[in-house]
Design a protein around this ligand. Structure first.
Ligand SMILES: [Fe+2]
Length: 371
């Protein structure tokens, strides 16, 4: 038997799609989204870029969408999920339901929202003089690699009305589910300002840490916001790839490293800097000012729909043990307690604090075995 066809092996349908779309690609371990160069994206009718991070993983990607002054996207509809964050500018998003109803909500800097799966939507810039810059984390890589069919993904009618949620969810209201630290959920579709949303304590992740988990538009995507107390830092931990950490407020930096290594990759914080840690890579976030710092993280699998065994393991307490994401590696978890970390990590931070003239508010416990 003979064939003249070339073998089609090892296809990444998502990467092929990016090429077909002619999208501008930005690559890096981390990227400052304000600095990412955008180019015309005919599908959206505006300028855009797609980010390809070292730690993007297989399931998620991130787009940067730039709405020109007075501009809007063309209407969109697709079978992948997305969570938006507004980097700068003001505008609105209009959803159109199959019964003809329309629903709009207005966003501004640091707004955060989910679009219900396959809902028809369109973004408008409210300013006639300033651009609006948005980013979105999506499940497109996963969906494209499953179906590898543009027509199906972008042009299938029908909607998931069970995901629209309560009417108040588009007004910035929501429902709070208090379960336990690290498992508290704010369900909504729209958060007006991530800088001011109230968080709940999660001391296991570090002195003065607080957070809230989100369920947006009843989707399967992960989203949470964390705050680190002034002049302190969180404990290191690890999890799967694709959790896009976006720094929101405050001054600081993060360190990333592979297990057993001490050659730390450092990412300095600035609003709009994004870095998804690689699969299983330890990472740790440090504040170097008298102000609290916040970041938001988006990825795959949340507390309502964890989706993977890995996500269940890190997210839920089981058999009387804390969830792996906040349990010591010595107890089979994925967190490094302060007393077990490489001493140079604390020294690097103290040096940064000295340089800035900030008094540290975190004293380490005595390491195990040291008197
Ligand atoms: Fe993390």
């Amino acid at each position: 038997m003979e064939t003249t066809k070339k073998p089609r092996y090892g296809i990444n349908s998502y990467e092929e799609w990016v090429e077909r779309e002619g999208l501008r690609v930005a690559k890096g371990i981390s990227l400052d989204l304000f600095e990412v160069e955008t180019a015309d994206w005919p599908r959206y009718g505006v300028k855009a870029a797609v980010c390809q991070f070292a730690g993007s993983g297989d399931y998620n990607n991130m787009f940067v969408i730039e709405l020109p002054a007075g501009g809007s996207t063309t209407p969109q509809q697709h079978l992948y999920e997305e969570i938006y964050y507004v980097l700068e500018g003001r505008g609105s998003t209009q959803l159109e339901f199959s019964d003809g109803r329309k629903r709009s909500f207005e966003w501004g800097p640091k707004s955060f929202f989910g679009i219900p799966l396959n809902a028809k939507y369109r973004h408008f810039n409210a300013s006639g003089t300033q651009r609006a810059l948005l980013c979105e984390t999506t499940t497109l890589p996963m969906i494209m690699n499953i179906f590898h069919n543009d027509e199906f993904i972008f042009n299938t009618p029908g909607e998931f009305s069970d995901r629209f949620g309560d009417e108040k969810y588009y007004g910035g209201e929501g429902d709070l589910y208090m379960v336990r630290p690290g498992n508290n959920v704010w369900e909504t579709n729209f958060v007006p300002d991530l800088a001011t949303i109230e968080l709940t304590p999660w001391e296991d992740r570090g002195a003065g840490s607080s957070n809230i988990m989100f369920v947006l538009a009843d989707g399967i995507m992960h989203a949470h916001i964390s705050e680190i107390a002034p002049a302190t830092y969180k404990k290191a931990h690890r999890h799967g790839a694709g959790t896009h950490v976006l720094t929101l407020t405050g001054d600081g930096y993060s360190l990333l490293w592979d297990e057993g290594k001490t050659d730390y990759t450092r990412v300095d914080w600035k609003h709009g800097v994004v870095f998804p840690p690689c699969d299983g890579q330890f990472h740790q976030h440090f504040v170097t000012s008298e102000n609290a710092s916040r970041y938001v993280a988006t990825g795959l699998g949340n507390l309502r729909y964890p989706l993977t065994e890995k996500k269940r393991r890190i997210s839920f307490a089981k058999d009387g043990q804390k969830q792996a994401v906040s349990r010591s590696v010595k107890e089979g978890g994925d967190q490094i307690e302060y007393e077990d970390q490489d001493p140079s990590i604390h020294e690097i931070w103290l040096e940064e604090m000295r340089k800035r003239g900030i008094t540290p508010r975190l004293t380490l416990p005595v390491p195990a075995g040291v008197r």
